[in-house]
Design a protein. Sequence first.
Length: 382
Amino acid sequence: MPEAHGYLKALLANLKSIRKRAGLSESALEERLILGPGWIRRFENGETIPTIDMVLAILHEMGSDIGALVQKLPKPDVSTVERCIFAEQSGNDLIINFRYANFDAKYKLANSTLEQFETVLKTLRDGLARLITVDQGQSERIKTDSVARSFLTAARVWPHANPSDLWWFVVYRAYCDPYSHPARFARLDFTQSWKRTGGWALEEILVRHYAPFLKQHGVNLSIADGNTKQKIVKSLALEDRLESDKIDVLLTGDTPSGERFFGVVHVKASFAERRTDDVPMSIVLTRAGYTSPLWTMDCKSMPSSSPINRGELGAVDGRRSAKRKDIEDEGYFTGCFSYNRHTQPTSSSVAAERRVYVCDFTNPDDVFSRFILRRWQAFRSS
């Protein structure tokens, strides 16, 4: 059960004053309400948030009412209302609060404001609000678009922040907050919905950030439908079996005779199920001369009150992870591009196609787009 913060904690603390004025001990009140030992203390200290009907029952047993409960309380701020995710201003920084397993976690965003936080949440909320006016067939598209726009808004208002943190600690948590969605979806488990929506949204983020710049240089970055993917796989005429549904984002280049396929970008939030999902196709494409980079947020953290999103591409005690070896030693992908600033980039002494690169969203003319353009020129020349 979550703990109370700010305004709500002050409100629950008033229960103690009311109880003392009523001359009731904690145990006497618990006996009247048929509660196990310790519940009243937890409520009064804000360690557990009681339901509204429980609060009303407590007030009734103490001979009091809501009016007494709300006396001398600070003015509530919408940004600090207890939700799955909320924020508090701390000097020039912003403290993002969210539930993480059994922890009430905090993540600090330096040089940030509550107004910026509200802008990001409102972008998500306004996008998801469109779900009440569309049929089921359009819902996934709207959810995907809403998440993509919310993240890109976050990257714009907080360019100094770690992009992977914004994805993992802010946008994901905000999406899983039922209050971000229309009320008719209140009973849904949004962590399940996120698995599909989040994956599609990341592909949209990649395309929206880089496609306009790459198009100026004759390269197309696009998300294809199922039929297009099947046609591409068939046209490659490779002996190895390729699953078309494993294609995330297409890479094609402009030629006088039309667009020409030259690769696939594998888009993932983390390294979960990497070997079974992406490696087989990437190996086949790479061996045939196509471009097959991995594009990832490299999200991974352990539940705690102050979680750190270290990912899996950093070194631990000077040792490389198995995931890094897949890229740097085995060459399973044509390079890897991480948007987690905890990632350690590979030395420039290693071949470009076997390096791990670190990127962000400040400018689409970066190491990722320049790498793709070089690969297209090399492919076209060959």
